[in-house]
Design a protein around this ligand. Structure first.
Ligand SMILES: Cc1cc2nc3c(=O)[nH]c(=O)nc-3n(C[C@H](O)[C@H](O)[C@H](O)COP(=O)(O)OP(=O)(O)OC[C@H]3O[C@@H](n4cnc5c(N)ncnc54)[C@H](O)[C@@H]3O)c2cc1C
Length: 503
């Protein structure tokens, strides 16, 4: 009889793990608290618009990146149209100057040399690193837990030409790296294009993959991606239970050893299994579902000392007009600093103008989305809990500032806004249960590097963790790869050959 595996969470990691396990003859069931798949990889519909809450770019969008072949095991990639925009983002300042961060390194170099000639040496170093890393295949096809000595030797050999670049950019944060540049706009674009504390190597990896056209935006956006992954899983015979919040992972003692035995749902139902995989929030898994019983110093270190991506508000606007010639992501300066909450202010806002995805708005109309980070997710969760009226008015206050800003810069916006939707950290927590409402788990800082957390916990057998909370930097590929890896580990333990099926 096939082993039964319970998976907690129908985010990208849970869905991918489920499909790979089904391909290998296991009987799996996913328990998801929400009523849709995707977790953070999601979108929501309002008044004819679809407001996307995630994918800016999908790594592995084309065969030049070997992640493509893995996505193609889970989605029919040739039938998923991709958008390759010229720009990654355009940043403007108060003096009317602008800087385009092009996806193509040659165009980027030309733009930066023209706009920031005094930074010539650093610009050339940056674009050279991008072109260099564009030759590297940074995909772990095999789980670190199952690789052989020969695999390790092959990997080290293939990495050798890139070690110098990795050391140079992996040892500094984007904030530190930005200090090397003199041009204020370029400095800012580097510091805040991602997250200032993030390792500069992340920027180089991202731009390298964009340069070789390995990353792109999938038409239909995040919810479409999640639905494709869900469909594949169901077609492979997997089962999903929605509105099924797991409260506890049950354990039993066999010969003095603790073994995961199943999950207990919020409604008290216990669903037994041979193996349990948590593809849900890391903090909730370790401290709530397992009651903090399976810990060691390394795990404690993560939760006490490592940086987590901030939570965020998302202001989504449905605008009854088109924006043909605007960039995909336009970062605009505010005339006055905007107070987001008692610990967070900002003086610039990035708008994703979805003029490139017709599936997200009725014809002749456009969805626009802005994400605003917050240093105080509690402000929002408590406001929602204790003062709903103020919660709503605070969200509307921020939306108004953003509409004004778009009106001043693009014109003819305010009168055409027909949908306004503001989500907050309280929304993120309610629908994904992510710790502190974080949008991507652990920040890939120079300190944490690319080191993953272990998938198994000390003292607990037949249990695994996957997803963004074990892979610093998070992202959709982390869900795919950790989901694939856990299936390889389970197959190896059962002495089965890991097999996959492609579209
Ligand atoms: C604004 C934004 C933009 C992003 N842009 C990109 C991008 O361009 N490219 C990219 O690669 N990545 C991007 N990401 C990151 C990416 O979305 C995430 O890293 C990834 O989706 C995480 O997947 P996951 O499966 O590990 O976790 P999650 O998506 O958090 O999934 C966990 C699932 O578990 C469920 N769950 C939690 N607790 C329980 C419980 N107790 N019982 C049952 N179910 C439970 C949740 O509801 C959720 O469905 C972005 C994220 C955000 C927020």
């Amino acid at each position: 009889m096939a082993k039964k595996i319970n998976i907690i969470g129908a985010g990208v990691a849970g869905l991918c793990a489920g499909s790979y396990l089904q391909m290998n003859g296991y009987e799996t069931e996913i328990f998801e608290l929400h009523n849709v798949p995707g977790g953070l990889c999601t979108a929501w519909d309002r008044g004819g618009y679809r407001f996307d809450g995630c994918v800016h770019w999908l790594m592995g969008a084309t065969p030049v990146n070997s992640i493509y072949r893995m996505w193609n095991e889970l989605m029919d990639m040739k039938n998923l149209p991709m958008v390759f925009s010229d720009d990654y983002f355009v940043m403007e300042d108060k003096n009317g100057k602008s800087l385009t961060i092009f996806r193509d390194a040659d165009k980027l170099e030309k733009e930066l040399l023209e706009k920031a000639p005094k930074d010539k040496v650093e610009v050339l170093r940056l674009t050279q690193a991008i072109r260099h890393l564009a030759k590297l295949d940074f995909t772990n096809k095999k789980a670190p837990e199952v690789i052989t000595l020969a695999d390790t030797a092959k990997m080290i050999w293939s990495m050798l030409p890139y070690i110098k670049t990795y050391r140079e950019f992996g040892s500094v944060s984007l904030k530190e790296y930005s200090e090397k540049f003199k041009n204020p706009l370029l400095k800012r674009a580097i510091r805040e294009g991602f997250v200032p504390e993030m390792s500069a190597i992340f920027l180089i990896f991202a731009l390298a993959d964009m340069h070789r056209k390995g990353s792109a935006y999938p038409v239909g956006g995040s919810l479409n991606l999640a639905r494709l992954l869900e469909q594949r899983y169901l077609n492979l015979g997997g089962k999903i239970r929605y509105h099924a919040r797991v409260k506890k992972i049950t354990t039993t003692q066999v010969n003095g050893k603790e073994i995961a035995g199943g999950v207990e749902l919020q409604n008290g139902e216990v669903v037994p299994a041979d193996i349990v995989i948590s593809a849900a929030d890391g903090h909730y898994t370790i401290f709530e579902m397992l009651g903090g019983r399976f810990m060691d110093k390394t795990i404690n270190d993560y939760f006490n000392n490592y940086l987590v991506f901030d939570s965020y508000l998302q202001v989504s606007l449905g605008v009854a007009r088109t924006f043909e010639n605007e960039p995909t992501l336009l970062v605009l300066p505010l005339n006055e600093t905007l107070r987001i909450d008692d610990q967070t202010t900002t003086d610039m806002v990035g708008f994703r103008i979805f003029n490139y995805d017709p599936t997200l708005a009725p014809e002749g109309k456009t969805a626009i989305v802005a994400t605003l980070g917050t240093k105080n997710y509690r402000y929002w969760t408590e406001l929602r809990k204790y003062d709903k009226e103020k919660y709503q008015s605070e969200k509307q206050r921020i939306a108004r500032v953003l509409i004004d800003l778009l009106e001043k810069r693009l014109g003819n916006v305010a009168q055409n806004v027909e949908e306004v939707d503001v989500s907050s950290p309280a929304t993120v927590i309610r629908y994904t249960n992510n710790w502190k409402g974080s949008f991507e788990g652990w920040v890939l800082t120079p300190k944490i590097g690319l080191k993953q957390m272990k998938k198994e916990l000390p003292g607990l057998k037949n249990f695994y963790m996957i997803g963004q909370w074990i892979a610093p930097g998070g992202g959709l590929p982390a869900g795919l790869m950790t989901g694939r890896h856990v299936a390889q580990i389970i197959c190896k333990k059962d002495m089965k050959k890991f097999t996959t099926k492609s579209f």
